[in-house]
Design a protein around this ligand. Structure first.
Ligand SMILES: Cc1ncc(COP(=O)(O)O)c(C=O)c1O
Length: 188
């Protein structure tokens, strides 16, 4: 949940003659536009917010430089890594509702983060939308708000296994949540 200064990193990259690539999956183009902050390439796992329905595995690569776009299109064509027509349809359908879904995700995340912060069992909440968060200032500089990804730590005497087993509203999501859950259980 560490927030990266995108303009700062792009500046350093360009000073050294290298491209800067931003994975904008957690923020989406609705909340943050890295190309405008100096990034050369932006990637998204469209499996997450862009698709939005957990019925699709897809990814996007976005550039603003025509030459770079041509190189990437050549590689894409050569390797055959292109989305099929039906998956493309699902993704376009998902993107149409991105703005309304993100507004609700963020409103929910802000509420959940505050609630967790005040909870007795919680030692620490990581959410860049909270003014107390280390990434808050950079986030406000480069994005519309803190997005909807939250992380938190329970106090020492709480059993994570029991915690995960007791969850009723939070379910496993495509790839991301399943992975996080697996890591958390494995650590114990
Ligand atoms: C931030 C981020 N980027 C990229 C990916 C890869 O996504 P996909 O599973 O759609 O290939 C993930 C997957 O969890 C992710 O969390």
């Amino acid at each position: 949940m560490t927030v990266t200064d995108l303009a700062g990193v792009s500046k350093i990259a360009h000073a050294h003659g290298v491209l800067s690539i931003v994975d904008n999956t957690f923020m989406t183009p609705y909340l943050q536009r890295p190309l405008e902050l100096g990034a050369d390439i932006v990637i998204h796992s469209a499996t997450k917010y862009l698709g939005g329905q957990s019925d699709l595995v897809a990814g996007l690569v976005v550039v603003k430089d025509a030459q770079l776009a041509e190189r990437l299109a050549f590689l894409q064509n050569a390797t055959g890594g292109v989305l099929g027509p039906f998956d493309s349809f699902l993704l376009i359908r998902g993107i149409k509702t991105l703005a309304v879904r993100m507004d609700r995700h963020v409103a929910n995340a802000e509420k959940a983060a505050r609630w967790l912060q005040a909870h007795d069992a919680v030692a620490r909440v990581y959410y860049p939308g909270l003014p107390e968060d280390a990434g808050y200032a950079i986030n406000r500089k480069q994005a519309k708000n803190g997005g909807a990804m939250i992380s938190f730590i329970l106090k020492d005497h709480y059993d994570y296994r029991a915690f995960f087993k007791s969850l009723r509203l939070i379910i496993l999501g495509e790839s991301l949540a399943a992975w996080n859950r697996w890591c958390a259980i494995r650590r114990r």
